[in-house]
Design a protein around this ligand. Sequence first.
Ligand SMILES: Cc1cc2nc3c(=O)[nH]c(=O)nc-3n(C[C@H](O)[C@H](O)[C@H](O)COP(=O)(O)O)c2cc1C
Length: 185
Amino acid sequence: MNAIEAILSRKSAPRLEEPAPNDHELELIYKSALRAPDHGALKPWKFLNVSGEGRGKLAEAAYKAIKKSDPEKALANKDKILSAPFRAPLIIVVIASTKEHEIVPEIEQILSAGAAAQNILIATHSLGYTAIWRTGFLAFNEEVSISFGLDKSDIIIGYLYIGSTDKKLEAPEVSNFNDFVYKWS
Ligand SMILES: Cc1cc2nc3c(=O)[nH]c(=O)nc-3n(C[C@H](O)[C@H](O)[C@H](O)COP(=O)(O)O)c2cc1C
């Protein structure tokens, strides 16, 4: 599959099963992530690789963090929070590990982390796996970041759920690019 084929055929799926990428494939996936465009070579990224029992630990930490900042929300969503990580055998939590810099503002570092996340989705798909990028209230939440042992300047920008599916996925919708492109010629 070449790059254009991988980009055009990638499709998300909400529930994923084993198998997940093996160690060799994960190395390729992470190397792809690290090729994201990066102004100032700041490498403003961290990745939490969560699998097996790590998923339970992730859920517990997230639940406790949300309970601390918003007890009502935590109680109302307890089952959802605790079961969320079990929707796939592997989760890569993508973090914008932002740094003070006189030229490169935080937004550029967050965009760079977003590009790393997209590289992970494309690499994963080209290796024959399926994924979905999710956020919800477990992202962009300082308490949750701290409960995962991250720094205050770390921003969780996405949970990439990765695995396999035997469901036939619908072909991706292809929008008419002319609706979005304004030509200056
Ligand atoms: C930053 C970001 C956050 C997202 N968060 C969620 C989410 O929390 N839940 C969800 O169902 N889809 C979420 N999505 C959308 C899915 O990842 C996916 O793109 C969408 O379901 C369309 O499917 P497709 O990727 O096959 O086109 C998010 C996408 C992005 C870029």
